[in-house]
Design a protein around this ligand. Structure first.
Ligand SMILES: Cc1cc2nc3c(=O)[nH]c(=O)nc-3n(C[C@H](O)[C@H](O)[C@H](O)COP(=O)(O)OP(=O)(O)OC[C@H]3O[C@@H](n4cnc5c(N)ncnc54)[C@H](O)[C@@H]3O)c2cc1C
Length: 288
């Protein structure tokens, strides 16, 4: 058994604060979303070039080129030997899932590891709302949208938080017809009403169909591969048919089916990020 002063579970942004970018931010989050945003911004501005007295003809979007650039940026940041720096710093890296055997003991890479202190930085995954048919409708999440092969003609985005609102604007600028669906009465609901209203005006102005206070009752995959969302909006039941559905309706802990039910929501963390096990800490108030 190997003994360490500190074990950090998870190599994402939070884990790096304790040891070195990886995880969601690099692979499925900040980095690819910002590269897509930049491509959308360049395309958007080039199509408006005439307004600025600039002649730009034949401007076309090369969607596979956009996706390839995002993957190139990820690979460039990751580098040829992502674990080299860690090892050079004297850190032992285990490239495997860590499982708790006891409060201070873990299993990783087939080895048993014991540590004085453990930091749980295992991040989050997209949460799938319990809408009948949604999980079976072959939906997109932040783990698949940055690898899309084809630009969807019609895209439904479920959830108008920061991720959903950003993706809605990006894909509308690329040329998809985007329907942004939010169950609460405003977009980016955690922001002030003034900010939400301003953002909603911008999205509507760019052509996004925004549905707030909407209820999604059911999602169905059609024979031609399209999906139909049955929604209740403004007191009416109506179908919305799209080519792809992106779910951006909040984040959940990356639990597995073997996780005891009582632990599935989150690792209980205090305001000091400690957990019920002495010497284990989370990288958030509610470690996920
Ligand atoms: C589309 C999108 C855009 C975003 N844009 C921004 C932005 O512009 N700015 C911003 O600040 N934030 C942004 N975020 C949020 C940002 O990505 C997260 O806040 C950040 O990645 C959280 O870091 P973390 O280390 O807590 O978790 P993660 O980055 O998820 O890292 C956790 C790591 O732990 C690993 N892991 C899980 N379980 C185990 C286990 N049992 N054993 C070993 N390893 C395990 C996972 O594989 C993962 O590599 C965005 C997120 C998304 C989805």
């Amino acid at each position: 058994m190997e003994r360490f002063d500190l074990v950090v579970i998870g190599d994402g942004a939070a884990g790096d604060c304790a040891v070195r970018p990886a995880g969601e931010c690099l692979n499925y989050g900040c980095v690819p979303s910002k590269t897509l945003y930049q491509s959308a911004e360049v395309y958007h501005q080039m199509r408006r070039a005439g307004e600025f007295g600039v002649r730009a003809s034949g401007v076309e979007l090369d969607f596979p080129g956009v996706i390839a650039r995002a993957q190139y940026v990820i690979e460039t940041i990751r580098g040829d030997n992502p674990w080299g720096g860690v090892r050079a710093d004297g850190i032992t890296a285990f490239r495997s899932t860590a499982t708790f055997l006891g409060p201070k003991q873990l299993q990783a890479d087939g080895e048993t590891v014991e540590a004085d202190q453990i930091i749980i930085s295992t991040g989050t995954k997209a949460g799938i709302p319990p809408v009948p048919g949604l999980a079976e409708a072959a939906l997109l999440t932040n783990e698949s949208i940055f690898k899309l092969g084809l630009l969807p003609g019609r895209l439904a985005v479920i959830g108008a938080g920061p991720i959903g609102a950003e993706m809605a604007q990006i894909f509308q600028r690329f040329g998809s017809q985007v329907m942004l669906l939010e169950m609460l009465p405003q977009v980016v609901p955690t922001e002030d009403e003034e900010i939400s209203n301003a953002l909603e005006r911008i999205l509507l102005g760019e052509g996004v169909h925004v549905y707030t206070a909407v209820r999604i009752n059911e999602v169905r995959r059609n024979e031609d591969g399209s999906r139909t969302l049955q929604v209740t909006y403004g007191g009416h039941d109506l179908p919305i048919t799209v080519d792809e559905v992106l779910v951006a309706a909040g984040r959940r802990p990356p639990i597995s089916t073997s996780t005891p039910p009582a632990w599935r929501r989150h690792v209980a963390g205090s305001r000091w990020m400690s957990t019920s096990a002495r010497r284990s800490r989370t990288s958030g108030r509610r470690g996920m």
